[in-house]
Design a protein around this ligand. Structure first.
Ligand code: GLA
Length: 396
């Protein structure tokens, strides 16, 4: 059993009364399909083996008591039926955003205690926030019998972030967190929320993440700016084709025809999104064909689009991708997530992981004078309620 589960349960028992329900909630990678989710497009994420474990139990009080073992400010307590506002502490906002959404939807929540911790690096683009939202939701769903299904939980997590935290994110992260499955990537149509699990189980290929450790506030503000620019493109194109609802409905030739009717910047953003949607569909076909080489080629193309047209990369991310280009054994590499920092995702031959990591680290320090961390990610299951185990089983 994951030793963290026992630690979390024990720690819960030192801070709070009662027998908690234990929840596993993972981070995610995105193989391809960046900044497409909020444009009703396609994405191909997967849950990974970096996770948080939450222990959660009703407390019979009108209070929410939270404890985050990995944060500097660990405690947060509030009344259940407060008119909740942002806390200024950041992490409790994701929990309160979830409560806010549940209450708005008419779900009955009682007071509860929750302690959590894990190993998803914060701000690295691995969706630690979606893991917290998804874990709390799964926990509340279980202890208060809310009967919310996984897709709804993903939607609630997204709404919590949009309305309470103030990031206008799409649904990809929350969806991967809830619907992840071992050895499978999720092809998600972000318009219909139809999804297919694509086997991604090659023993000879590893997912290597290089972490720039760049954590930029810019990511949030520029993220919302990109959304607006896409909407601006849609508004312009609607004048010529009123049936268009968003970029998903725009065909390449229509965009080209009206290229000069919009600012160049807006054209570039739209062009990128259309290209990226096509790349996701083609990449899925490559997966079905077992053509991992072509799949990797699409990842590089995605990075160049994010760098040159969507302009959400940064020097550190570009250096990491550049570093991989001449290396044998690298199939694909690109920045991942919102951008401006965080990680690159790299598909590499398993047998070459160590030499590739060494070469990339050397190149990075040579170019930028600072070190880079790396992680090997394994695709794993989505958020789940763990089997209860008696306290005496946790005595070692
Ligand atoms: C962040 C958001 C997602 C998605 C990505 C970019 O991770 O939370 O919804 O938009 O950025 O693809």
């Amino acid at each position: 059993m994951d030793p963290l589960i026992k630690h979390i349960q024990k720690e819960f028992n030192t801070h709070f009364p009662g027998n908690p329900t234990l929840i596993y909630s993972p981070g995610r990678v995105n193989l391809i399909g960046e900044h497409t989710d909020y444009n009703d497009g396609f994405v191909l994420p997967a849950a990974i083996n970096k996770r948080i474990i939450l222990a959660i139990a009703p407390n019979g009080l009108d209070k929410i008591r939270l404890y985050a073992r990995d944060m500097d400010q660990k405690h947060y307590v509030t009344d259940l039926n407060n008119n909740h506002q942002q806390t200024g502490m950041h992490w409790p906002d994701y929990v309160l955003g979830v409560i806010d959404q549940l209450q708005k939807r008419g779900n009955t929540i009682e007071g509860f205690d929750c302690l959590f911790g894990g190993d998803i690096p914060i701000g690295a683009g691995l969706s630690s926030s979606a893991a917290l939202e998804g874990g709390v939701l799964a926990g509340l769903n279980h202890i208060f019998n809310l009967e919310i299904n996984r897709v709804e939980m993903a939607e609630i997590g997204q709404q919590a972030e949009n309305q309470f935290v103030g990031v206008q994110c799409g649904i990809m992260d929350q969806f991967a967190n809830q619907l992840g499955k071992s050895e499978s990537a999720i092809k998600l149509d972000c318009r219909s929320l139809e999804f297919t699990h694509y086997p991604f189980d090659r023993d000879d290929v590893s997912i290597l993440l290089f972490d720039t450790k760049v954590r930029r506030e810019l990511a949030t503000s520029e993220y919302n700016v990109r959304r607006k620019q896409c909407e601006e493109g849609v508004k312009i194109l609607q004048k010529f084709k009123p049936s268009i609802k968003n970029l998903r409905d725009v065909e390449g030739h229509l965009l080209e025809k009206h290229r000069t009717d919009m600012p160049e910047l807006v054209y570039n953003r739209c062009r990128y999104v259309l290209d990226e949607n096509r790349r996701v569909l083609e990449a899925c076909q490559h997966l079905s064909d077992g053509d991992i080489q072509s799949f990797g080629g699409k990842m590089y193309a995605s990075h160049y689009g994010l760098r040159d047209l969507y302009e959400v990369s940064c020097r550190e991310l570009d250096v990491l991708v550049d570093a991989t280009e001449p290396l044998d054994g690298v199939l694909g590499s690109r920045m991942m997530g919102g951008g401006f920092g965080g990680c690159t995702i790299n598909l590499v031959l398993e047998s070459e992981v160590e030499p590739i990591a060494t070469r990339v680290k050397e190149f990075y320090i040579h170019e930028l004078g600072k070190p880079v961390d790396y992680y090997i990610a394994k695709i794993g299951k989505g958020t789940s309620v763990l089997e209860y185990f008696a306290a005496d089983e946790s005595s070692d």
